[in-house]
Design a protein around this ligand. Structure first.
Ligand SMILES: [Mg+2]
Length: 306
């Protein structure tokens, strides 16, 4: 695998974030605030969800082909869904992936969603951070490949632009390795400057202007934290959180979790970005032991994916 370390770091971080965040969905509502305030680590096991399942498909695809081939990737997402559909996919993805798996044309299916608008959910963004790491040497290519992969399931421009934003963040995180982390506003502004006019871009620009000591609660209120499971409601908050904690994956995870909302996906996005810079070295071993295992090739135990 080319550039194995940042890609696998991002993938492993993303899977950790997904499982870490998802585990909090089962905490009773009356216990959650105090448990979160005390940072009580949840008992194992932490299962990962559709975020990781689709990311594994995407990274395997890049390993085999070196770039996104949409027809094949759409089939691979559908095949993974058919193999294990219980990974908490979003409602519209059940329809899309079943339809593709049944032999339908992915372009017709994705563009037919929501009366022709397509899904603007956060599903194309949640899986894309390792792709940003893969193409980190060329930011134009990052954007192009992120868009290609997004369109296989999400037709709406906001979903696509959300994916491009996350991929760019991961690429910039990789490029910052060995140097001081970029400032939060600087990073968010750079990403926004590469995006077309959109709610995602507006959200990132608002996020970049939030005062330094803005509380997580306030940021989540202003930006959204995935309650609507849309890209504009998810990506600006997740990237704001990641950009504020680029040197510590555990800190990034606790802060992102505190935004509540779509916890598995906000944590997957933030962790996929931060881990592209930091790797998993600071993560407590107990967290990694609690997280459901990844396939050998993704766990980094096989350098083999060459
Ligand atoms: Mg999920």
């Amino acid at each position: 695998m080319r550039a194995a370390d940042p890609v696998l770091d991002s993938l492993q971080g993303l899977a950790l974030g997904d499982a870490f965040g998802d585990r909090w969905f089962s905490v009773p509502v009356d216990e959650a605030p105090s448990a979160l305030a005390a940072r009580l680590v949840r008992p194992a096991p932490w299962h990962w969800t559709d975020d990781t399942a689709m990311t594994l498909v995407l990274v395997r695809h890049l390993t085999a082909r070196g770039e996104v081939h949409q027809d094949a990737l759409a089939q691979e997402f559908a095949a993974e869904y058919a193999r294990e559909y219980g990974r908490k996919y979003g409602p519209s993805m059940h329809r899309v992936l079943r339809g593709i798996g049944a032999g339908g044309d992915w372009r017709a299916i994705t563009s037919g969603q929501f009366e022709g608008q397509g899904s603007y959910g956060n599903g194309a963004a949640m899986r894309v951070a390792p792709l940003g790491a893969w193409f980190a040497n060329d930011l134009d290519e990052v954007a192009r490949q992120a868009e290609l992969q997004a369109l296989t399931t999400h037709f709406h421009p906001e979903a696509v632009i959300g994916a491009v934003a996350v991929a760019l963040a991961a690429a910039l995180a990789v490029r910052s390795r060995g140097e001081s982390a970029p400032g939060r506003a600087e990073l968010l502004t750079e990403i926004a400057g590469r995006l077309p006019v959109s709610d995602v871009r507006s959200g990132l620009r608002i996020a970049a202007r939030l005062p330094e000591h803005t509380s997580i609660r306030q940021a989540a209120t202003v930006l959204g934290s995935g309650v609507l499971i849309s890209a504009p409601d998810t990506v600006p908050f997740a990237l704001w959180s990641a950009a504020g904690h680029l040197d510590s994956l555990p800190e990034a995870l606790w802060h992102t979790l505190e935004g509540w909302g779509d916890k598995d996906t906000t944590c997957a996005i933030a962790a996929g970005v931060v881990a592209a810079r930091t790797g998993l070295t600071e993560v407590p071993p107990a967290w990694l032991a609690a997280r459901e295992e990844l396939p050998d090739w993704a766990a980094g135990t096989a350098a083999s994916a060459e």
